[in-house]
Design a protein around this ligand. Sequence first.
Ligand SMILES: NC(=O)c1ccc[n+]([C@@H]2O[C@H](COP(=O)([O-])OP(=O)(O)OC[C@H]3O[C@@H](n4cnc5c(N)ncnc54)[C@H](OP(=O)(O)O)[C@@H]3O)[C@@H](O)[C@H]2O)c1
Length: 297
Amino acid sequence: MHKFSSKSNIGFIGTGSVGGSLALSLHKNNYPVVALSSKSNKSAQKLAKMIPNSKAYKSLNEILDRSEVIFITTTDDAIETVVSSLKWQPDKAVIHCSGAASTDILEHASRQKASVGTFHPLQAFASIEKGIESIPGTTFAIEGDPNIKNYLKDIAFNLGGSHIFLKPEDKVLYHVSGVMLGGLLTSFAATTAQIWDSIGLSREEGIKSLSHMMQQVSKNLTTLGIPAAVAGPYPRGDIGTIKKHLDELYNKYPKILPLYCELALCALPLAIEKGSINIETHNEIHQIILEYKKLSS
Ligand SMILES: NC(=O)c1ccc[n+]([C@@H]2O[C@H](COP(=O)([O-])OP(=O)(O)OC[C@H]3O[C@@H](n4cnc5c(N)ncnc54)[C@H](OP(=O)(O)O)[C@@H]3O)[C@@H](O)[C@H]2O)c1
């Protein structure tokens, strides 16, 4: 099996948020990023100006000719089509960064004896600039051929991150956890901040203040762990406050009520695990939530 190292020339097909962030971070860490390509070629040309010794190419065959390791950082849906459009060889490696897909979608390349792998940064990339900032400390989920797993593990380490190895069949569930605590958490934050509109303040003010608290929640989770980090009226068993929440949402934000009820149902067993409420209080709150859940359906 061909060996790849930090000296192997790298090409990127797809130079959006993830491709751009990875390409620039690899370049800053002395990996030779030499060839770039994107759908419109505009983002690839812009990136090439920031990476000395790299060039933007319109033809994907050029990317393959000039690189030993090719990262396909297009949208998920385009990965298989791009891989299938190229002729691979045993001295090439192809890697994609999708969280939900495994190396299965690189089968066309592995049949032609190229090495294959996946390298998923467990991070939310909203832009190249923010992406570069966020890479140190990020966990990268790796799957693939043994030679590629080692190569990608070294990249994760050299970019200041850490790695986990995944089995192909576990990728979708792994990705569900990432999306729930990443993209969907962002939507959840936006939904929550919208409540501030009703109290004479703006969503923007809301998200600023609530995000500061979220940062502390994140710190508590990583330092204290689960269930010690759990806080608020549920682990306190504050039934009066909980009823007020449910009533107010029922009257003013009926659309948010089901979401609140589901989250509250997740909070209750953690309050028991923390040992901060007894089973009687648990059962009383549980019953109240179920009644409101019924009302909201
Ligand atoms: N965003 C995240 O938070 C995140 C996190 C972890 C992993 N990922 C994974 O990273 C990959 C890239 O996501 P992204 O958020 O960086 O996407 P993105 O910002 O939309 O960028 C996609 C890039 O792919 C190019 N592209 C699309 N179709 C193409 C094709 N057929 N041929 C060549 N280039 C093509 C686009 O070209 P143009 O520039 O010309 O439009 C663009 O440069 C995906 O597999 C995604 O699942 C994303």
